[in-house]
Every structure is written in structure tokens, then in C-alpha cells.
Design a protein. Structure first.
Ligand code: NAD
Length: 476
């Protein structure tokens, strides 16, 4: 069946559910409506939560090995639909189908994550065993987990939540972004054949649906990835029943290029650190600080490299950078470029957005804007990058830390001791040296400051879907 002429249904308590009202899904490469996604009502959400609650009592009683086996089967089942899902993903998300951050990579990484996370265990621990006491610690699931996902990595970031939530023994209600619901709806259909009814629910709608989830009295946990502004609202409304929350929020990552960096070697790497996925990555390099000794050489090389990169429809196998994913983000990035122009900063590459169908914005590079320029202080989340000159390391660390965000950052150069000492002083959850956005299922990932609360991935991420429980036995 042609994926885009089929109906896309929600998955509620193991059943397909359509709604009278729908939300149009737009292909960002040409602005055509490619499908309609269901628009869940409060009642639909209540049914999903009710099903998840009912399924919790049996799902949580399975052994962790039994739940892991289901996750492995789920990963295999998704892979069987790899081509269909990758094509659907490009159509709704705009991402190039091939390449390092292509749509195939998204599907494959999600499956890999699912399998690796399924191998985690949270063993019971005897804290004390003596003549007077046995003290035991272990982890219990929370209940129903609401998983709220953004549009930039809709499948992979969903899986970062789905796999640990289910492995720990929770049942789930997944809500993708209104901009990118289709691949997740399709994955929900695949899940129906794997998990018992009620364990795995997918609901779609507009942003209000996310709010209803955070307020819902029978959801015990919200794992949210999205903007810092929305994350604050989530935290507020989750207080209704003291939901556990994990928040993975925005960032304004600095990439710091040391004076001894090999310009020719680092330019392509830093380019992709900034512009992969059309710069719509929470941990994209969003402010590029280059030492004054190599600034001119670096900037010239960077611009030259940028001009070789094909931008276009992600369905074209030659495309390396696709459109911005949605109109809201497109207008936001255009406004940042206009602001840079109106304040007289020097745009040395791109900057002119053609009036044609599709949310295409050229690679735009701003030469040494002031620190208080909007293009420096705001998270662009699109292909506009400030390159800023600095002269000493204390100065650049202060500038890099001068933000409410604290997601990640990177340092590039040959002197690894210097790079490491800078990395230790950056106020972020992750720092990479001579690479960027390498994320792994066994490595904890989370933001400092206003970039988040809690972590995902690794056993620490798994524990976020549990309560810690101790049992203390007094011996005679
Ligand atoms: P967003 O905050 O607008 O939306 C994220 C999700 O929240 C969507 O599913 C949306 O429908 C839902 N939502 C909207 N309003 C809500 C509300 N009041 N209550 C509950 N849910 C609500 O973010 P976005 O534009 O989809 O994503 C881009 C942002 O996500 C960027 O800031 C980016 O840095 C961040 N992000 C962070 C990470 C990370 O791991 N830290 C990863 C990817 C993206």
C-alpha cells in the first residue's frame, strides 16, 4: 500500500482508533499535505491511559528478561519495515533519506537503541547483611508513562523513552509532535502485534494534547523532549499528582576551536557538527568560537566548504541538507537572519531566502557578531551560525558559559590537555573533544542549567522510570 494514501490510526488499548477531526501533515520540501493524522480528544487520551493502567498490572509482573525479549522482537519487527518507514520519515520530516544523519540512520539507530537498552538490568542489591538486619534495595516501575517527543528526531528520541519505560515495567502513552506524527503512528501499528493490549499506546493531536497528558491524574511519569519554554510548562502542570519528570530541553552549544587546530581537518567535522539535520539538533554546535590566530583562515575554509553542500528535497539521493522541518521554525530562522541584517552584522555566506515552495534556508554564516546579538544568544535551531573571534581561553570559557542553557559543547585542537581543561570548565552535561554529537545508548545524556532535568540512556536513564524501594528486615 502506498504509505501516503493509507489511513494513519492511533493505537489505543491495542486497537486502531481514527478520529473525526484530523491534523494535516505537510511535506516541508514542497508544502503539500501528505496525510491527515488523528486529532485525539480528551476522551481518547482517557481511553489510552485507562488501557495502559489496566495493562500495567500484568506487564509489570513479567520478568525483566520477558519484557526485554518483547523489545528485541519489536526492534526486529521495525527493521522489517525499514524501507517503508525511512521513506515515510523523509516525506514528513524533510530529512535526506541517505547519509550520516539520514532517514535510514534514524530507523536503524532507533532499532539499535531498543536492543542495547533491552540488555540493561537493575539487579536487587543487598546493602547490609549482618546479625541484626538484612537491608535490600531494588527498583519498581512507576505505572503509566507519558512520552512527549519533538519533531527533529521523532523516531529515535521516541525510542530513547519507549525502550527504558517498557523495560522497567511501565506501560506507555506516546505522543509525537503534530509536525511529525506519521512514522510513530505506523510504529504503533507494528507494536500492536508485539505487546499485549494497553502496554503501548500512541496518540496524536495538537500541542494541547501534550498539556492534557502532563495534567492527567492517572499518568505517573512524563518524559519530555522539547524546548525549554515548553519544559517549564510541563514541570508546572506535572505537579498536579507529583509526576516524576525527565526533561530534555534546548541548548546553545559552543564549539571552541583552539589556536593549534588543523583547519583543513576540523572544518568539515565542525560544519557537520553545526549543520547536520539542517542544524535542527539539540546538541548542534550553535555558537562557533575560533581563536584569533586562525580565525581568517578558518572562516574562509568554512565558507568554501559550506558552498559545496547540496541542499534540496530529501528524496533526492544527492541531497545532504533538507528543508527546515516546519513553517513555524522556518519563520523563526528567517527572523533571526533579518535581525542580523538589520543590526549591521556581516553575513558572509547565504542569508538570502528564495521565495519558492518548501521551507528552504541556505547555509547562513555570520562573521563575528557581538555577543548580545540574537543570533548568538538564541537557539536558532536552523541553518544560521555565528562564528566569533576570541583571543584567550579564560575569555572564551566565560563567553561559552554565558547562557542559561547547559546541554553540550565541543573543543577542537591538538593540545588535548588544554582541550580537557576547557571541557571541565564548560557548564554542560556533555563535552566532546575533536568530535561532536556522538550519543550512545550506554552513556548518560542530559542537560545542566535550563537544558533539562535528569538523564536519558544508560542504567541511569533506566532508573528514571522507577522508584527506589528498600526493604529492611530486623532479625531476631
Ligand atoms: P516543543 O517544546 O514545541 O514541542 C515538543 C513536544 O511537546 C511536542 O510533541 C509538542 O506537541 C509538545 N507540547 C507542546 N506544548 C506542550 C505543553 N504545553 N505541554 C506538554 N507538551 C507540549 O519543541 P519542538 O519545537 O518540537 O522541538 C525543538 C526543541 O526541542 C528545541 O529547543 C531543541 O533543542 C529541543 N530538543 C532537545 C533535545 C534534548 O535531548 N535535550 C533533543 C531534541 C530537541
Amino acid at each position: 500500500m502506498n504509505t501516503l494514501t493509507r489511513e494513519f490510526c492511533m493505537t489505543i488499548n491495542g486497537k486502531p482508533v481514527l478520529t473525526e477531526q484530523t491534523v494535516p501533515v505537510i511535506n516541508p520540501a514542497n508544502e503539500t499535505v501528505i496525510a491527515q493524522a488523528p486529532k485525539a480528544s480528551r476522551n481518547d487520551l482517557n481511553e489510552a491511559v485507562k488501557g495502559a493502567r489496566a495493562a500495567f498490572s500484568t506487564w509489570s509482573m513479567l520478568s525483566i528478561a520477558e519484557r526485554a525479549a518483547k523489545l528485541e522482537a519489536f526492534s526486529d519487527a521495525i527493521l522489517q519495515h525499514r524501507d517503508e518507514l525511512a521513506n515515510l520519515f523523509t516525506a514528513e520530516m524533510g530529512r535526506p533519506i541517505n547519509g550520516g544523519f539520514g532517514s535510514y540512520m534514524e530507523i536503524d539507530s532507533a532499532c539499535h537503541w531498543c536492543k542495547v537498552i533491552a540488555k540493561n538490568r537493575l539487579p536487587r542489591e543487598i546493602i547490609e547483611e549482618n546479625d541484626s538486619h538484612t537491608i535490600e534495595k531494588y527498583y519498581t516501575p512507576l505505572g503509566v508513562a507519558g512520552l512527549i517527543v519533538p519533531w527533529n528526531f521523532p523516531v529515535l528520541l521516541a525510542m530513547w523513552k519507549i525502550a527504558p519505560a517498557l523495560l522497567a515495567g511501565n506501560t506507555i502513552v506516546v505522543k509525537p509532535s503534530p509536525y511529525t506524527p506519521l512514522t510513530t503512528l505506523r510504529i504503533g501499528e507494528i507494536a500492536r502485534d508485539i505487546f499485549p493490549a494497553g502496554v503501548f499506546n500512541v496518540v496524536t493531536g495538537e500541542n494541547e494534547l501534550g498539556q492534557w497528558m502532563t495534567e492527567h491524574p492517572d499518568i505517573n511519569k512524563i518524559s519530555f523532549t522539547g524546548s525549554t519554554a515548553t519544559g517549564k510548562k510541563v514541570l508546572q502542570s506535572a505537579s498536579v499528582n507529583l509526576k516524576r519528570v525527565t526533561l530534555e530541553l534546548g541548548g546553545n552549544d559552543a564549539a571552541i576551536v583552539l589556536e593549534d587546530a588543523d583547519v583543513k581537518e576540523v572544518v568539515p567535522k565542525i560544519f557537520w557538527a553545526a549543520f547536520s539535520n539542517t542544524a535542527q539538533i539539540c546538541v548542534a554546535s550553535k555558537r562557533l568560537y575560533v581563536h584569533q590566530k586562525i580565525y581568517d583562515e578558518f572562516l574562509a575554509e568554512f565558507i568554501q566548504y559550506a558552498k559545496t553542500i547540496p541542499i534540496g528535497d530529501g528524496m533526492n539521493p544527492a541531497t545532504l541538507i533538507g528543508p527546515v522541518q516546519n513553517k513555524m521554525q522556518y519563520e523563526k530562522v528567517k527572523a533571526l537572519i533579518e535581525d542580523a541584517k538589520s543590526t549591521g552584522t556581516n553575513i558572509v555566506c547565504g542569508g538570502i531566502v528564495e521565495d519558492k515552495p518548501g521551507y528552504f534556508i541556505p547555509i547562513t554564516i555570520v562573521d563575528n557578531p557581538p555577543e548580545d546579538a540574537r543570533v548568538v544568544t538564541e537557539e536558532a535551531f536552523g541553518p544560521v551560525l555565528p562564528v566569533i573571534k576570541y583571543s584567550n581561553y579564560d575569555e572564551v570559557i566565560t563567553k561559552a558559559n554565558n547562557t542559561d542553557y547547559g546541554l553540550a559543547g565541543s573543543v577542537w585542537g591538538k593540545d588535548l590537555n588544554l582541550a580537557r581543561s576547557i571541557a571541565e570548565r564548560l557548564e554542560t552535561g556533555t563535552v566532546w573533544i575533536n568530535e561532536a554529537h556522538i550519543l550512545l545508548p550506554n552513556v548518560p545524556f542530559g542537560g545542566h542549567k535550563q537544558s533539562g532535568i535528569g538523564v536519558e540512556n544508560s542504567s541511569e536513564g533506566l532508573k528514571e522510570y522507577t522508584n527506589t524501594k528498600t526493604i529492611m528486615i530486623k532479625k531476631k
